[in-house]
Structures are given as structure tokens and as C-alpha cells.
Design a protein around this ligand. Structure first.
Ligand SMILES: [Zn+2]
Length: 224
């Protein structure tokens, strides 16, 4: 795994395309757990590390796919945003809440992992591994981001992508509308994050971004 900032590591992931599905270790907390097929690779990368908890940015199939495996294998608690907690425990709710498109059925079938009991529900202002939880709904009802003001590091899940999730073409973009139940609310979340002017942005999909101005301008340019 690669250290992006002090105590912030990006795991390599299993897919041959770098940055396709990202998971991060923030201090001793694993943030997101990829798809169901990512579990073994995640566990092998975490070997020798202290991991005390597993948190989600949001309960979608490409982020909770290996949550149960990771939590049970490492015997660590599962921390999920309040309004996604029911979906993390009962993944059929993920599919029900996504726009009714064939691609969601296909992706869900390929990636979703089993549900797992949530030990802690995350709220705006909570602290996770030295980061502050920010409510950033839209891509899912409960989506949160993790923000460390001291060195301006932001882990924003799927509020924005820095890679097209279907073609792997790089570049900042909104998440696909067919994966996003409420695009307008998600854009408001993105504009909020842009105002933070982060020095490092870590995405659920795509490579990290270190150009604060470019990121802030992109967020500000999103229509209301
Ligand atoms: Zn995702």
C-alpha cells in the first residue's frame, strides 16, 4: 500500500486497473472494503498492520462487498453512516434504493457482499482516526466524507470520481447518475467539500488529487 499523507495509506486493490476501486487505511481504521472479490487482497495488504475498526463512506456494493469478511477475520467493529446502516446490514436495500437500471442489478450481483451488524453509526462531527465526519448525502442517503483540517486531507467516497468508473478515463467528474439516487443533493455536498480547498483528495474511484484550486473550481462550477 502507498502512503499518501501522514497515516493515510491507499491499498492497491485487486483489479488490474489502478485506482478502480479504492480502499484506504486511515491510522488504524480501514475505510471502505471494495467489492466481494476484493476481500482476500485487502486482508493480505493489511497483514502486519494494526487495524482497530472498519468504516464505510457509504453502503454501496463496491464499498461494502468485503466488509463482513474483513470485520469477522480481523474481529473489528463495523462503523457505518447513520442513514446507510440499515443497508449495510441488509444489502438488498442497496439495490432497492438505486435507480431501477439493469446495470445496478448486474453490479449488485457481481459486487455486493453479505450484510453485517453495524457497531457504530457515524454522524456529522464524529471523530474517526483523527478525521472529522462530514455529512455528504446524495450518492447515497447516508454518505459521509472524512476530513482532517490540520493538513487538509479529504476522503470523499463517491461524492465525486476522478476516473470514469466504466471507461477508466481519468478526470474529475460527478458520479454516474444511474448510481446516484439524488444527484442534486450530491452536487450540494460536492460544493460544500470544494469550499474546504483540500490539499489532498482521496476518491472511491480514481487517483488522488493534490491540486486544491482545480478541485475547488470544479466543485464551484457544479450547477445548483
Ligand atoms: Zn463506488
Amino acid at each position: 500500500m502507498k502512503e499518501l499523507a501522514e497515516g493515510v495509506w491507499q491499498l492497491e486493490g485487486r483489479l488490474p486497473i489502478p485506482n478502480a476501486i479504492n480502499t484506504y487505511l486511515l491510522g488504524d481504521v480501514l475505510v471502505d472494503a471494495g467489492a466481494r472479490f476484493d476481500g482476500k487482497k485487502i486482508l493480505s495488504e493489511l497483514q502486519g498492520r494494526t487495524v482497530s475498526a472498519h468504516a464505510l463512506t457509504h453502503a454501496h456494493a463496491d464499498h461494502q462487498g468485503s466488509s463482513k469478511l474483513v470485520c469477522e477475520t480481523l474481529r473489528i467493529p463495523f462503523w457505518v453512516p447513520e442513514r446507510d446502516a440499515d443497508a449495510a446490514e441488509r444489502p438488498e436495500l442497496i439495490r432497492e434504493r438505486q435507480p431501477d437500471k439493469l446495470i445496478n442489478k448486474v453490479f449488485f450481483k457481481a459486487m455486493a457482499g453479505p450484510g453485517h451488524p453495524v457497531d457504530r453509526r457515524l454522524h456529522e462531527g464524529d471523530e474517526v482516526a483523527g478525521f472529522t465526519v462530514l455529512d455528504t448525502p446524495g450518492h447515497s442517503a447516508g454518505h459521509v466524507s472524512f476530513w482532517r483540517e490540520s493538513d487538509r486531507v479529504l476522503v470523499l467516497g463517491d461524492v465525486l470520481n476522478s476516473m470514469d468508473v466504466l471507461t477508466a478515463v481519468r478526470g474529475l467528474r460527478e458520479p454516474k447518475t444511474f448510481f446516484t439516487p439524488d444527484p442534486a443533493t450530491n452536487r450540494a455536498s460536492a460544493r460544500r467539500l470544494g469550499e474546504l480547498e483540500p490539499a489532498l483528495v482521496c476518491f472511491g474511484h480514481g487517483p488522488p488529487e493534490r491540486d486544491s484550486r482545480k478541485f475547488a473550481q470544479f466543485c464551484a462550477s457544479l450547477p445548483a
